[in-house]
Design a protein around this ligand. Structure first.
Ligand SMILES: Nc1ncnc2c1ncn2[C@@H]1O[C@H](COP(=O)(O)OP(=O)(O)OP(=O)(O)O)[C@@H](O)[C@H]1O
Ligand SMILES: [Mg+2]
Length: 265
């Protein structure tokens, strides 16, 4: 009896596997599955977990499935098969409406090209996700999110009155305003010069340090190395998954080798 009690007490519920915000099992995404001549297996049987507060880079050559995977993680697209459990909820089989709700509640998305609405001010752009979710005090919360990215004084500027880095910070404020637990970024510095890119990365790093789980697609290996963990994809599969310094070093080595082989051929 004593043993039983001990076992029950020593089971740490907080570190149970289901507490990971992202759990992916054998995920497959085939575009145009019903037209064999056009079918593309963009994600081909991927499994991994992401722990809360982790910073994960997804790297790999063009066309290897990075954006496809990120879109599924962000509930913008659905897998063809496999499991995706987001914050304990199996999202692979949700209806469109339910999917939109889950996305609004848990996910912030930052794109390479900012995706701001051009006819709306910075403040109105940031407010937008709150309007979809029928939330309270939208203006105040949008102001707070803009202040958090250092743009309190730019709320009334239209996107074309902002610099590239400022636009991306507005996009980050828009991603943050619903207080998502997970921030997904697809090449967030791809359209920025290196100094502005560094500022945006610092901002994302700060948000991660405050507890937001960060998943970032990047082709920039220096950026990938600055995050804690990296997954390298090839042809829709996981080639490597581990500490970013090791994954990036190995990825670099493989590329140098294949470049040499090409020169020799
Ligand atoms: N909507 C689509 N319909 C059909 N095929 C698609 C679609 N979107 C992507 N693909 C294909 O799926 C594969 C993976 O594309 P994806 O955009 O995920 O690659 P990526 O790793 O993000 O590449 P990049 O680094 O160039 O952005 C590619 O072969 C691409 O041509
Ligand atoms: Mg892409």
């Amino acid at each position: 009896m004593t043993t039983k009690t001990k076992t029950a007490q020593s089971t740490p519920t907080r570190s149970a596997p289901t507490s990971d915000p992202v759990v992916i099992e054998d995920l497959i995404k085939v575009y145009n599955p019903h037209r064999p001549e056009l079918a593309v297996r963009a994600v081909d049987g991927i499994s991994f977990r992401v722990a809360r507060g982790e910073a994960l880079a997804i790297i790999g050559p063009s066309g290897c499935g990075k954006s496809t995977l990120l879109q599924i993680l962000g509930c913008l697209d659905r897998p063809t098969s496999g499991r995706y459990v987001l914050e304990g909820k199996d999202v692979a089989r949700l209806s469109e409406d339910e999917l939109a709700r889950v996305r609004n509640r848990h996910i912030g998305f930052v794109f390479q090209s900012f995706n701001l609405l051009p006819r709306m001010s910075a403040l109105e752009n940031v407010e937008l996700p709150l309007l979809y979710g029928a939330q309270q005090e939208t203006r105040e919360r949008a102001r707070a999110a803009l202040a958090k990215v250092g743009l309190a004084d730019r709320g009334h500027h239209m996107p074309n009155e902002l610099s590239g880095g400022q636009r991306q910070r507005v996009a980050i404020a828009r991603a943050l305003v619903t207080e998502p637990s997970i921030l997904l970024c697809d090449e967030p510095t791809g359209a920025l010069d290196s100094r502005t890119g560094r500022e945006v990365l610092e901002l994302l790093g700060r948000l991660n340090a405050e507890g937001t789980t960060l998943i970032m697609v990047t082709h920039d290996l220096l950026i990938a190395r600055s995050l804690g963990r990296a997954i390298a994809l090839r042809d829709g599969r996981i080639l490597m998954d581990g500490a970013s310094a090791e994954v990036v070093a190995e990825f670099d080595r493989l590329h140098a080798e294949s470049a040499q082989t090409e020169v020799a051929a």
